[in-house]
Design a protein around this ligand. Sequence first.
Ligand SMILES: Cc1cc2nc3c(=O)[nH]c(=O)nc-3n(C[C@H](O)[C@H](O)[C@H](O)COP(=O)(O)O)c2cc1C
Length: 339
Amino acid sequence: MHNLGPFELETPFVLAPMAGITNSPFRQLMRRVGASVVVSELASANGLEYDSGRTRELLEFREGERPVGLQIFSERSELLVKAAQYIEKLGADFVDLNLGCPVSKIVKKGAGSVMCRNPVELGKVLSAMVRAVKFPVTIKIRSGWNAESVNALEVVRVAEDVGITWVAIHARTRAQGYSGEADWELIGNIKSKVKIPILGNGDINTPEKAVERLKTYAVDAVMIGRGALRNPFIFRQARELLRTGSYAIATADEYFALMDLQKKLLEMRSNARSALLQSKKFLIWYSAGFPHCKEFRQKTFSLTSFEEVWVYGREFFETHLEGRDFEFLKEDFLMGGHG
Ligand SMILES: Cc1cc2nc3c(=O)[nH]c(=O)nc-3n(C[C@H](O)[C@H](O)[C@H](O)COP(=O)(O)O)c2cc1C
């Protein structure tokens, strides 16, 4: 068992929040295939205050996701406090504050990664949130604003002082966006200097890397985002590798089981158009690196029926499971997001 804050987890591998991706169906799916904690995509605390139905929808979750955290962002302390209280009432297991979003529109308003530029002010916001609720408040940050102001250690110390439960660090600066490599040395260095649990994040795209980073940098957990999109079995494989020293490549049956479950979860969504789009998006990601993935991508894009997409997906994994190019999976992928 691995302890992370108040949670006893089977594995130290956590699903990263990703806007447009880590919605309730995908979080349920990832919990079923081995992620030990899941986090929602960012939701606006301002949106919640001004009663956007869409924001409330973003914050829906199911029992099968637990432990599940809901992520919020805002430049307004009082709205973050209210949103945290709302999320506590909803019954989520923790609230996560987005302090890593590099997107200009959000940063210009004073939310996301820019809030870490002033750790003293940030401390007041975090303290207000922690005092307002009884459940865990966690944060997700970047390493700093730019190369000249890498201040993650200072932010982590402030978080520790005010009673934040853990800090997830995506070890790139805001200026880096998604370019370059995540600086795991920085993560390890911070971890060695503080008591608060640290989740290391950035560029984990293989089970080997997940286990190696966990051991080398002694983090409390490893957070995986994009890696899970091209290899949804990365959590199961990392767990196996950690426990036994090796792991099995996913079989066709595993892909079928995953696809059946995902199809069912998406079907339960009310919006048919979104279910179709999501089906295509995920199947195309899963197919990356397999022989003929390019043709698969093109044809899948052109399909218009939900059922057809899944039938075609099944056919693809039935016939092309051999000869996957794993090197291809290490290439840059999805170089933009909200954290
Ligand atoms: C499409 C996309 C959307 C993202 N949305 C969020 C988000 O809503 N909140 C957040 O904290 N991070 C978000 N991120 C950042 C990820 O959580 C993670 O920090 C980043 O992708 C690096 O980890 P990885 O290399 O394992 O993907 C997003 C990333 C991507 C690619």
